[in-house]
Every structure is written in structure tokens, then in C-alpha cells.
Design a protein around this ligand. Sequence first.
Ligand SMILES: [Zn+2]
Length: 396
Amino acid sequence: MFMPVGTLGSVKAVSQETLEELGARILLANTYHLYLRPGVEVVRRMGGLHRFMAWKRAILTDSGGFQVFSLSELRKVTEEGVTFRSHLDGSTHFLSPERAMEIQIGLGADIIMAFDECTEYPAERERVRDSMEMTLRWAERSKRYFEQHSQYPVPGTRYPASHQPSDASRQKSRSLDYEGRSASGSRISARDDSFSEVADHRPLATDHCSTQTLFGIVQGGMDRELRRESALRTVEIGFAGYAIGGLSVGEPREMTREIVEWTLEFLPRDKPRYLMGVGTPEEIALYARMGVDMMDCVLPTRAARHGLLFTSEGRVSIKQARYAEDAGPMDPACECGVCRRYSRAYLRHLYAANELLAQTLNTVHNLHFYLETMRRVRRELSTVGKGKPMTTEDTE
Ligand SMILES: [Zn+2]
């Protein structure tokens, strides 16, 4: 599955209604950004992130680590955690594995991520090893804190006292597939009715899961041996799912692909495998065929706001003058609402005139293109048969 990125509890330029119509099943929200604004306490008091943003489907929050390392200034990393200054107002903050868990538990996402250090690229082998070792120690601390403090149910999904779910149904709601069904095929209905106060005028096909799960993150830079070691030791600690982090940090694309393919071999097939922050439509299809289950990327939404559209005929830069009087759709093969209704000429005009609608329409198309790409790959894989290993040769 592909997760659109909703940095501040909003996928830029599109509403939750639109995301539902596009078929997005899960969003990624950024802990770092939400922690700084509006703050975890506000979100908690508003009933958790699902209720706050009126989104009943699944949410994954990252640990905040990546943003701390890429956005904040004057950070100081110690064994205990990271001290950093906000990119907004320069105020000082501290994030540790325990604090990252506490914040994510408070936000109430369905899937939360262990606190890791994203190693910069390029880096010396010793530096990569030290960083990987610290990430492993932080993974243990994250898990320990999570197990001791994760509340059940998550904010916004409280059960009436008389309806405490049995252990069996808890287990069931942990094993939702991407369609929101349990392994046995029955719908999970684990929210309380007060949730429906928020934007419940239209029934949703799925409700978000009512428990939180914790994923571990594999690091190890571009070093195969360190990646292998990081994967094996992270699996040994034991998580509900595993992410491959520390990629798309400036390395050549071919290297990303090699490391992903290599690392996947050491991650269990029966657990979700999540590749963080990747990639182009071709890449997400390729990685899904390799065995990656989950991906997120700002590319479709960010590119859309810069007038770059992904189409079945390749990339289109809608700002170009050649589209000024082009009456055809953005992508003749696309069935999204934008392509069915608007011309390239109109989209080009909106962009050139800096109209807000340009951002919305471009984002809708790009997200549709990504989500449709994943739907196509899923259909393809289910035809091939679940569990059959696919080599990269099969994908081309
Ligand atoms: Zn379209």
C-alpha cells in the first residue's frame, strides 16, 4: 500500500473527503511537526489524531527522528536522546525513544515507529556502525516503553465499559489487511458511537484499527553487512512490522534498490515490511513486486504543487507553454475526476495564474495515479499467488 503524507494532519491541498474518494486507506503523519504544532496535548485533548482530523481510516506516525535530523537546527545527539531547536521558533526540545513513544501514543496513530537515528549519506563505516548500534539500543528502549505505556484503546476509540473486547478480538483487530478486514474476512467494528459526532454523515467502508502497533526500523547505511546485522537484530528484538529506513538520503537510485532488495531477505515475510520515503511511481511498483508491503512519499503531493504530474505517458510539466491551448485531458488513460473533467489548457492556466485550485487538482491527479499504481500491482500479485517469491526479472 501507498501512504499519502499528511505532515501536519493534512495532506496538503486535499480534504479528507477527497482522500476517501481516492481510496486512500492509510495516511502518514509526522510526529515532529504535530509535536511542535499544535502540540501533542492539544491533539490528545481533542480525542486523538483520528478524531481531531476527522479521519477514520488508518494513520501511521513516524518517530520524529528523521525530521529532527533533517529539519532542526543545533541538534545534539547523546545516548539519552536528541536535543534540538524547533525550525519554527528556535525553542529547545528533547526527543528520546521514551518521549517519541509517549508522543505517538498520545497522538493515537494505529501504527507508530520506533525512535531511530537516520544516518547521513555519505558516512564512514565506523560512524554508520555506531549509529546502527545506537538505533538498536533505542529500538529496545522504544519497545520497552511502548509495552509498558501503550494504552488500549487508542484515543478516540474508547469502548463503553460493558463492551471491553476479548483478547481474541484484540488479536483480530491487530491483523487487519489493507482493506480493513480481519484475517477471517469479517469487518472490524471497534469504535464507539461518539466518534460519529465528527463528520459521520457518510458511512465509511472501514474504520481505523483500535489498537496501536509498534514497528522497528532497520538502519545500516549503504553497507550490506551492517544492513543484514541491523535487520536480524531488529527482528530479534521483535516488532509487529519492520521498516527499512535511512534510504533516499541522497544516494544513487540504483544503490537504494540494491539495499532494499538485500535487506528484504532478512525481514520476515509474514510481517509488514515498510520502505520509508520512497519513491517514483515506477519505483513503488518495483519495490512492491520485490516484497515491500508499505511505502510513503511526499513526491506525488509535492511535485503536484510544483506543476509536475505523473501520467501513463510519463511526466508532464503543466507549466509549459505548449499546453496553453491543449484541450486534451492531463492523462488520457487516467480515470480520476480531474482527467475526466478538465483540459491541460485549463490546468496550465490555473498553475500559471497561481490559483489555489491548481494545487488541489494536481494533487488529486497525482495521488490517484500513485494509488491506482498500487491497486494494479496488488491485483497483479494476487493473480500470481500470495507467497510466491518474485524476482526483479519478473517485474520487467
Ligand atoms: Zn488523472
